[in-house]
Design a protein around this ligand. Structure first.
Ligand code: FMN
Length: 249
């Protein structure tokens, strides 16, 4: 089994589940894209598995930036996006292009589904057992392709002119339950919550990834209720038809 370097941006855990199932025992060094990444050249031949969520049909800009710090030197890479049952639009192409620009050869790609991190009633329970079984199969097929000589690149869908990056209309708010422990500030992927004042949020940095809401031990960080209701109403129609994983090999 080869040792896959696994780079994951997973504010609320869906991408981590998918990454673990795809890599299985191949999982080697982990790069947490929710934290700053030092520029580095990856060891010769080491495959990279990159797993990131879809935000507004794109990949989060900060995840793309941090992936660019991992120089591939022609190594094989596996590109995976995870989305909340709406659509992945240009995200898989953007991820493939990001990895290619950083010197990787993308030999396998996939789009998987996980619970929608803004509206948890969408794709509830995903990835389910059938999704995880497909992750395992995909991992085995990607491993077989990663040892090919020469490596054969994969084509993925998406528009070369990506959708515009989403602008987030709100930030999470803090209720009286906040004990000021600062966990949200330490774990915020974009540094949008100051450690000295964890009750505030820098709207210019917040990407509404929902990590602070998901991890707060007192559930004191929440989406403002009117915004939550608006998101739920807008997203409700996408709940009815479960999407299936799409694999590109
Ligand atoms: C700001 C934001 C934008 C999102 N945009 C999309 C989208 O365009 N399409 C979609 O199907 N899901 C979308 N989602 C849902 C996430 O892609 C999905 O929940 C993903 O599993 C989150 O990964 P995580 O659990 O590792 O944080 C969005 C979620 C957030 C927070």
């Amino acid at each position: 089994m080869s040792n896959w370097i696994t780079a994951v941006f997973s504010p609320t855990g869906g991408c981590s589940k998918i990454a673990a199932a795809i890599a299985g025992a191949r999982m080697g060094a982990r790069v947490d894209l929710c934290s700053p990444v030092e520029p580095q050249s990856l060891p010769e031949g080491a495959p990279l598995l990159a797993v990131v969520p879809v935000y507004g049909g794109r990949i989060p800009a900060i995840a793309a930036q941090r992936l660019q710090a991992l120089q591939g030197n022609g190594n094989p890479a596996i590109a995976v996006v995870v989305y909340g049952n709406r659509a992945y639009d240009d995200a898989l192409l953007e991820l493939k292009n990001t990895l290619t620009e950083a010197g990787h050869q993308v030999i396998a790609a996939a789009a998987f589904i996980a619970e929608h991190s803004i509206s948890r009633s969408i794709a509830t329970g995903r990835p389910d057992a059938a999704d995880l079984a497909q992750c395992v199969q995909f991992g085995a097929a990607a491993e077989a392709k990663s040892t090919g000589n020469p490596l054969s690149p994969v084509e993925v869908p998406g528009n070369a002119e990506y959708r515009p990056l989403p602008q987030m209309p709100v930030t999470p708010m803090v209720t009286e339950a906040c004990g000021g422990c600062g966990m949200c500030a330490r774990k915020c992927p974009t540094g949008a919550i100051p450690l000295k004042d964890p009750r505030s949020t820098d709207a210019a940095r917040c990407i509404l990834c929902m990590r602070c809401v998901a991890i707060c031990p007192r559930k004191a960080r929440i989406m403002p209720p009117p915004a939550q209701a608006a998101f739920d109403a807008r997203l409700a129609p996408i709940a009815s038809e479960p999407k299936q994983p799409e694999l590109y090999l």
